[in-house]
Design a protein around this ligand. Structure first.
Ligand code: ZN
Ligand code: ZN
Length: 363
């Protein structure tokens, strides 16, 4: 079957829309007709790092949702016609030490489909980003990665559960669970940071301090549940957060910006025995500048890292979808621009300068 997809052909090529060809899904695999896919920084990271370690040619896109078209042998979890969100991390369930001890949120052995998508031009097998390849009309994924969600949730919102929203909300709900009544700081109020705000609110945080340099991002954070804005362009953000909290600092600080200064500030904003969590991929080759005694040992601050919000997609995506339908999280507010597949290469180029929250490709 032929389709179209955004291919990153070699390290020196710009991503471009091409004809692609799919083999039928194999055992435990599912073919999904993609209807929407968010434009996430990780795809730009693949371009900027000249492939992120993947073999070329690469099929981009990993924040997809759509409808099941065909299932391979042995698949009973979904059927043709089901609306699914495509998870890029699906815990193996049995073969890694984390899953064996009953802790699938720390699984390092994600399930994957065989590679079944080719360039139509020369037949070369494509490497799909994060086992997905969703900037395309169709994708073939492992059945565990096709997560059924209610069809009532608009698909351009549902796709955000595949990466950005779950990464941010999951950071506060599951990776570093925020306690009810606690005080939280979120550094960087782009799409992922705003999702941290929503997750912290859902977890019952009493105070959520939003930190950014742009007034419109702080305004969005306040609309989505933050209680206090801190304009980092107006002076030392750490000092401002400490002042807001009567000198104590926050119990949970999240850095949702790539720059190392975000995590350094998060550590320094923490109260005694607080946790600073790194959310999202930093650029390669950066290091932290922390005073081991003053910043870490003395205040007993822990540093945590989340991958995709440490979700268990089959449980957490339907949970977040239900919360969205019930009005307790505001996914609609995150979709600020909709584009076509042909506009993806330009959207990736302009991603670092984007002013909206999330751009979503509609197919
Ligand atoms: Zn596992
Ligand atoms: Zn992503």
């Amino acid at each position: 079957m032929t389709s179209r997809g955004v291919v990153f052909a070699d390290p020196d090529a710009a991503p471009a829309v091409e004809e692609i060809a799919l083999d039928p899904p194999g055992p435990n695999e599912v073919q999904v007709r993609i209807e929407a896919c968010g434009v996430c920084h990780s795809d730009l990271h693949v371009v900027e790092t000249r492939g992120w370690g993947l073999p070329f040619p690469i099929l981009l896109g990993h924040e997809g949702a759509g409808v099941v078209e065909e299932v391979g042998e042995g698949v009973t979890s979904v059927a043709p016609g089901d609306r699914v969100v495509i998870a890029w991390r699906a815990p193996c369930g049995e073969s890694c030490p984390a899953c064996r001890r009953g802790d699938p949120r720390r699984c390092s052995n994600n399930l994957r489909a065989r590679r079944r998508v080719h360039r139509a031009s020369d037949g070369a097998l494509l490497a799909p980003v994060l086992r997905c390849g969703c900037y395309a009309d169709r994708a073939i994924v492992h059945a565990a990665c096709a997560v059924r969600v209610p069809a009532e949730l608009p698909v351009e919102q549902a796709c955000l559960l595949a990466c950005g929203f779950s990464t941010g909300a999951g950071a506060a709900l599951w990776a570093t669970p925020v306690r009810p009544g606690s005080t939280v700081a979120v550094i960087g109020c782009g799409g992922v940071g705003l999702a941290v705000v929503q997750g912290a609110r859902l977890a019952g945080a009493e105070r959520i301090v939003a930190v950014d340099v742009l007034p419109q991002k702080l305004a969005s954070a306040l609309e989505l549940g933050a209680t206090d804005p801190v304009d980092a362009s107006a002076g030392d953000a750490v000092a401002q957060v400490r002042e807001l909290t009567g000198g104590a600092g926050v119990e949970f600080a999240f850095s949702a910006i790539g720059a190392p200064s975000g995590l350094v500030d998060a550590v320094r904003m923490c109260a005694y025995a607080g946790t600073a969590t790194l959310v999202g991929i930093p650029p390669p080759g950066r290091t932290l500048d922390l005073d081991l005694e003053r910043d870490l040992f003395g205040p007993k601050v822990a540093i945590a890292v989340t991958h995709g919000g440490d979700t268990i997609p089959q449980e957490d995506f339907p949970f977040l979808a239900r919360e969205a339908l019930a009005g307790r999280v505001d996914l609609a507010r995150f979709v600020t621009v909709e584009i076509s597949l042909d506009e993806v290469p330009r959207a990736l180029e302009e991603l670092n300068a984007q002013t909206g929250i999330r751009t979503v490709v509609r197919l």
